[in-house]
Design a protein around this ligand. Structure first.
Ligand SMILES: Cc1ncc(COP(=O)(O)O)c(C=O)c1O
Length: 310
């Protein structure tokens, strides 16, 4: 029995959670709204992108339950989303996860039902991309029919945020009826969440200023990237979905400021946020309009800080 099939036999049946699954929008300090995407099942905003991508693959017939195996290279959040979205349709998931990612994340991806592939290749120095390519080239021998979700090229992820996350925020903003202007402080890996949410807010009639946050030393517009610890943003390629005409300002942030912001928020609110979130909040802190009634700063709580605790 192949590991993928074994996994399916071991699997508990997918169950659709009943009750409220909308992630909260909270004013965590005066003037600053935070959308708690870390509260999604799967722990981040990327589960929405994964769900939309899997759904569009099913609709187009590129994913056939019982036949197709989904394959992707990921360090974490998107992988959790794929595992969840595919489990609901009984579709196996195989992930190439770089060895630099935390062992805890690797174990959790397996716990969520994904199969990690290419360990030997990775140990010999292959990149996750090469692992995926090798598997795609050898699918016949491997007795697989793969669908590569290719999150950096699959625009269904933008739709996820334009049609789901963004409108959800718009509905929740009714709790602040006087607000007309938003400063949206966000980062970009693929750029899908920034673009999808910004477009949804604008088409709902808000005046939106978009501030892109980058790690110090990176300049995505010019394709300049350095090593940094803010996993998920400025990932070494220009964010494919980033529409630069939406960006009003770009701010960089250093790691010390990220750690300080994470600590301060944990102490003042009890929420431990991930590094990319803390990076955006560090910038947002310099912009928050305080008690202005018609304006708020908006940021996304992308994922939980425990992943990054050392
Ligand atoms: C923790 C975290 N923050 C931010 C991002 C950026 O999201 P997007 O790909 O929508 O630009 C990612 C993407 O994987 C992420 O994992």
């Amino acid at each position: 029995m192949t590991p993928a099939l074994m996994d399916r036999h071991d699997a508990s049946p997918a169950f659709e959670i009943q009750g409220d699954t909308i992630t909260p929008l909270r004013e965590v300090q005066p003037g600053m709204l935070l959308k708690f995407e870390g509260d999604n099942a799967g722990g981040s905003h990327k589960v929405r992108a994964a769900r939309f991508i899997v759904r569009s693959g099913l609709d187009s017939g590129e994913i056939v339950p019982g036949h197709t195996t989904v394959i992707e290279k990921t360090g974490g959040n998107f992988g959790f989303g794929l595992a969840i979205a595919c489990r609901a349709h009984d579709v196996p998931v195989e992930l190439a996860v770089g060895l630099s990612f935390s062992p805890v994340k690797r174990r959790c991806l397996e716990l969520f039902g994904a199969r990690l592939i290419g360990l030997e290749m990775l140990e010999r120095g292959a990149s996750p991309r090469e692992v995926v390519e090798w598997h795609l080239q050898n699918q016949q021998e491997l007795q697989r029919s793969y669908f590569y979700t290719d999150q950096f090229r699959n625009a269904a992820s933008v739709a996820a945020h334009e049609l789901e996350t963004g409108p959800e925020i718009v509905a929740q903003l009714q709790a602040w009826p006087r607000v007309k202007k938003l400063t949206f402080v966000a980062c970009a890996g693929t750029g899908a969440s920034l673009v999808g949410i910004a477009k949804a807010l604008k088409s709902a009639g808000y005046t939106v200023e978009v501030v892109l946050v980058e790690p110090q030393g990176c300049d995505s517009r010019r394709g300049v990237f350095t090593e940094h610890k803010l996993e998920g943003m400025a990932v070494g390629v220009a964010p494919p979905f980033l529409d630069w005409s939406l960006i009003d300002d770009v701010r960089t942030v250093d790691y010390e400021a990220v750690l300080d912001t994470r600590k301060a928020l944990a102490r003042s609110t009890g929420y431990l946020v991930g590094n990319t979130t803390a990076a955006c909040l560090a910038v947002a802190n310099t912009l928050a309009p305080g008690a202005a009634e018609d304006a708020k700063v908006l940021a996304i709580l992308y994922d939980h800080g425990l992943w990054y605790a050392r």
